[in-house]
Design a binder for this molecule. Structure first.
Ligand SMILES: Nc1ncnc2c1ncn2[C@@H]1O[C@H](COP(=O)(O)OP(=O)(O)OP(=O)(O)O)[C@@H](O)[C@H]1O
Ligand SMILES: [Mg+2]
Length: 350
């Protein structure tokens, strides 16, 4: 009786704890937090200086005693303590405006497909440590598919390709489960790194991470454009050590990111090859859906479609698909409970 009463008031949440962005969905409210997974720490006293947007603008611009870190790498937690603090910061932000007697929330959180038991437990512990009463885990591509409105519980094939910051998750789903899949530790961050490497090799210029990402977002594409698009990149001249400015075109960026793009396309193809024929037939008819920030790279849908011979569509608002999926799970928990992953606590692993 009391539990019911409190459940009514508790702000159950869905969290997309991504390598690049953390999003929080609160039941009956929608997405209340959408910020980069970045934390700034003062190393003199180990105190957190800034989190999210406030921390990201400090990247590459800090004095020696402040470090700006990204506690998740390749889709998994690399710095447990900082991750926990970051999640706590965001949960507190949500709760600040609410009643102080608010009970601790239940939290649905999305995790990549290819994670070890230890990595999965780390996510559960971090979310619980940050104040959740119960942690419910869902595979990221399943959450993305639900967010994109795919009929994942039906006996029909649905295909999702989620290109995030740290991981690309490729999955064919049917009857509420993943049938064939690949999880690559290669996504938007690797595109940025490829641009930094290219600028260094070709123009002898050292770019910062944010600059590389901005160039990618501004002029990045995977298929030739009708007209050349150009922008200036600013960095440090590797020879003189002084500031340097160079013009760079869309064709340069395509060349820079060609390798990781090809790897993603090849893995999409091999996932389709490993999918049972009945489901492949469904995919031909219904196509595959792209989610995650990488889906916004110009031309990626056309390229994947050309290469895989399957129609491709980008979901509306690809950056929020996963967290919207966790929100739908909260709204329909009775029905969707069966697609959640077992808690590591239940498995006897501790
Ligand atoms: N318009 C755009 N064009 C190209 N890439 C973009 C665009 N907007 C965002 N991105 C990239 O999308 C990535 C972030 O996507 P997303 O938020 O889906 O990742 P994430 O969920 O945090 O990571 P992961 O799921 O791998 O843990 C970043 O690498 C970012 O540079
Ligand atoms: Mg993601």
């Amino acid at each position: 009786m009391f539990k019911k009463f409190f459940e009514h008031f508790s702000k159950d949440m869905g969290i997309d704890l991504g390598t690049a962005n953390v999003l929080v969905y609160v039941k009956d409210q929608g997405i209340v937090i959408n910020e980069p997974s970045v934390v700034a720490i003062n190393t003199r006293n180990e105190k957190i200086v800034a989190v999210g947007d406030d921390a990201k603008i400090m990247l590459g611009k800090t004095p020696a005693h402040i470090i700006v870190t990204r506690p998740l790498v390749d889709g998994v937690i690399s710095d447990f303590e900082v991750t926990e603090k970051m999640v706590k910061h965001f949960i507190n932000k949500v709760h600040r405006e609410s009643f102080t007697f608010m009970p601790r929330p239940r939290v649905v959180v999305a995790i990549p497909l290819d994670v070890t038991e230890v990595e999965r437990k780390a996510v559960e512990d971090a979310i619980r440590g940050a104040g959740a009463s119960e942690v419910l885990l869902i595979e990221e591509p399943l959450a993305a598919a639900i967010g994109a409105g795919l009929p994942i519980q039906q006996a029909t094939g649905s295909m999702i390709v989620d290109i995030g910051g740290g991981t690309t998750e490729i999955a064919v789903i049917s009857l509420g489960g993943v049938v064939s899949w690949k999880s690559l530790k290669l996504a938007g961050d690797k595109f940025n790194e490829a641009i930094i490497q290219y600028a260094r090799d070709k123009f002898n210029i050292l770019l910062g991470e944010r600059t590389a990402e901005n160039i990618k977002i501004q002029i990045g594409s995977v298929l030739p454009n009708e007209k050349t698009i150009e922008t200036t990149m600013r960095g440090r001249d590797l020879l003189s050590g002084l500031p340097k400015e160079v013009k760079i075109t869309d064709a340069n960026i395509r060349e820079a990111i060609a390798k990781p793009i090809k790897l993603i396309v090849d893995n999409i193809k091999s996932t389709i090859e490993n999918t049972p024929p009945e489901l492949v037939a469904d995919l031909y008819e219904k196509g595959m859906i792209l989610t995650g920030g990488g889906a916004l790279l110009a031309g990626i849908d056309t390229l994947i479609s050309q290469e895989s011979k399957i129609p491709v569509a980008i979901t509306d608002e690809p950056l929020t698909a996963v967290v919207r999926g966790t929100g739908k799970v909260l709204d329909d928990l009775e029905n969707l409970k069966e697609i959640l992953l077992p808690s590591t606590k239940d498995s006897g692993y501790n």
